[in-house]
Ligand binder design. Sequence first.
Ligand SMILES: Nc1nc2c(c(=O)[nH]1)N[C@H]1C(S)=C(S)[C@@H](COP(=O)(O)OP(=O)(O)OC[C@H]3O[C@@H](n4cnc5c(=O)[nH]c(N)nc54)[C@H](O)[C@@H]3O)O[C@H]1N2
Ligand SMILES: Nc1nc2c(c(=O)[nH]1)N[C@H]1C(S)=C(S)[C@@H](COP(=O)(O)OP(=O)(O)OC[C@H]3O[C@@H](n4cnc5c(=O)[nH]c(N)nc54)[C@H](O)[C@@H]3O)O[C@H]1N2
Ligand code: SF4
Ligand SMILES: [Mo]
Length: 726
Amino acid sequence: MQTTATPTHCPYCALQCGMNLTPAPDGTVEVSERTDFPVNRGALCGKGRTAPAVLASNVRLTSPLVRDGGELVPASWDEALDRIAEGLRRTRAEYGPDGVGVFGGGGLTNEKAYTLGKFARVVLGTSQIDYNGRFCMSSAAAAGIKAFGLDRGLPFPLEDIPKTGCVILVGSNLAETMPPSLRFLTELKENGGTLIVIDPRRTKTAEQADLHLAPRPGTDLALALGLLHLVIAEGRVNEEYVRERTAGWEDARAAAMAHWPEYVERITGVSVPELRETVRLFCEPESAMVLTARGPEQQSKGTDTVGAWINLCLATGRAGRPLSGYGCLTGQGNGQGGREHGQKADQLPGYRKLDDPAARRHVADVWGVDPDSLPGPGRSAYELLDALGTDIKSLLLMASNPVVSAPRAAHIEERIKSLDFLAVCDVVLSETAALADVVLPVTQWAEETGTTTSLEGRVLLRRQAITPPDGVRSDLEVMHELAARLGVEKGFPTDPEEIFEELRRASAGGPADYSGITYRRIVEENGVFWPCPAVEPEGLTGDQDGAGGPAAQRGAAGRPASTEREETVGVAHPGTPRLFLDRFATPDGRARFVPVSHRAIAEEPDDEYPVLLTTGRVVAQYQSGAQTRRVAELNAAAPGPFVELHPRLAARLGAAEGDPVAVVSRRGRAVAPARITDTIRPDTVFMPFHWPGEGRANSLTNPALDPTSRMPEFKACAVRLEAVRP
Ligand SMILES: Nc1nc2c(c(=O)[nH]1)N[C@H]1C(S)=C(S)[C@@H](COP(=O)(O)OP(=O)(O)OC[C@H]3O[C@@H](n4cnc5c(=O)[nH]c(N)nc54)[C@H](O)[C@@H]3O)O[C@H]1N2
Ligand SMILES: Nc1nc2c(c(=O)[nH]1)N[C@H]1C(S)=C(S)[C@@H](COP(=O)(O)OP(=O)(O)OC[C@H]3O[C@@H](n4cnc5c(=O)[nH]c(N)nc54)[C@H](O)[C@@H]3O)O[C@H]1N2
Ligand code: SF4
Ligand SMILES: [Mo]
């Protein structure tokens, strides 16, 4: 065991803050500042600082569990693995390969996500695999691919933010969801830039803004169209940019012209003067950015909504230029990498498409299988969960807790209970693991090595700092053992670096090309931005620099790596901190406008359900809370669910601060204490989704899906409030 500090990264969100870990005498680790990582420069939020608490043996699982006589009881690894292999084999024999489902998570390292996708296609032969990232940034991903030909959350490093002229932050509460990143916005303002925050609540983030717009939930599409209308009406379109670098402007222009400011004001509740001021602040400086997060994305029209914000950037020449652009603030620790390497229903490693014959050939070749043996695209996350017990009879689940986090969760809980067989790999006994037939206890961040890709598209190395306790094994060992039991002896190694070397080859030439990245380079360079092909394209040299310099100019993505030239040229590609500066990743290099129009949320309030519910996060809890609800310090800060509502709504209900309030939707009912504040719109209530049981926000949410991204509408549904008499 090492006694010196190991530099690594936080287990939680996509900021992937750097931290040092030093083994403590009691077998856990101490977290200390790691100032050399430029994103957080040593700063951590409370979750990161307390992350070691989840390593303790009284909190986490240290033995496999199997269901016997209705109870989960400890078992040996061999018995547990045998039972899983038997369960999956039985389903396959009875219902065919698609009877077995696989559900992954954006918290898995690249090596794990890659192996899970390969395991589903090669060992199980199932098309039924998807993951929780579908609930996260899939709308932004779909819109990015349509417009730019490529999806990388941020096309520039965070360090560019303070240098731009104006940032519009749409539906991100990063002061709570990525606290150390607030610094970039503070520096923006210190440098004279302006910050506009769009959120139905005056959040901690919105409090920092020069201008806060509080639209009605689910109306961001109309808002963006109204802004574009004004851009056109006020003659602020960058005609030259539109001509040289985009396609499809006429249709998008016509669509925006139909969205008069007064009409948009009626839909959104944002006044015409506020719209005009936003346009002025956004258009006047040399450079500007739009950043979206889950607010506008987790809607049944999230793809079009993000498309509308991208249109605004394109019309004003604010994309693919130095210090300007559109970006999505990805959420989970490996939310970016986890969406690139094949755990998504329609995807092969390197962000390749499963229905592309050339992609199938390339990846099948790396895997040593026949391309025709690879299944086709499967169902999206909610559709997969909704099919459990009907066409999907067994499920292998890794790194998600859908009993708490899926929309219409009571229904999904029933679907999970109706499975013939459920196996869960987790570090704790989550609410979903508690329903399993077999639970496997796995190693965690500080106990294993692997890469993650941060919201910047920067590939990072998390390093093992301590020895895992007896009784746990890594997800990679689990897949190795299960593959062997299901008759696949080769191709599922347990050494992360060996897997990364294979991932490099599998991703080579794909949009998310990692072939030039090695563990060594990641350490030496403090992370490497993809795409990073194995060799330098002809005629370019390898120095890396800031915005607008030669390295940035090379930022055209999706350029194929030519592996034959590796030996002859041998100059390392520098990686790509900044994308699109000379061309977009479309066949003709132009960005695409997408003509979009306002449409209503899937479930508008009515007489029976007159109030809007939106959901989200608080600073001290993470996601389904499976990990953070086990940390005393975090529980003290955020002990349980609540219903945030405006004093006017509270008065109508007769509820005082702390009184239990029932929130009822067409899907179910949740009860939690009232938190009364005038920082929220009077027509909207907010609930965080971190808790199970009576206060579970997802008992209420609407699984209406975006037609393109299949993202559920977590951010808006109709509810009524009832006072609960004790
Ligand atoms: N503390 C903490 N941090 C986290 C996480 C966590 O669970 N806890 N999770 C991580 C993950 S996976 C993710 S995806 C990110 C999410 O990060 P964020 O997107 O910042 O988080 P949310 O709280 O879901 O939503 C952001 C804001 O959207 C607003 N909102 C609600 N409805 C609408 C709407 O219709 N329009 C607009 N414009 N805004 C709306 C909410 O009021 C909320 O303030 O956070 C990451 N970081
Ligand atoms: N109402 C509402 N619902 C939402 C959202 C919302 O804004 N509102 N946001 C959605 C979003 S953006 C997201 S990302 C999802 C997230 O929701 P979930 O998918 O439930 O995510 P987590 O709670 O992070 O669950 C991860 C689980 O994996 C375990 N785990 C951690 N690391 C590992 C590992 O390396 N291996 C294995 N095998 N297990 C591991 C953890 O202990 C935990 O039980 O929730 C979605 N649900
Ligand atoms: S902001 Fe995210 S990455 Fe940084 S310490 Fe907090 S949870 Fe960890
Ligand atoms: Mo997320």
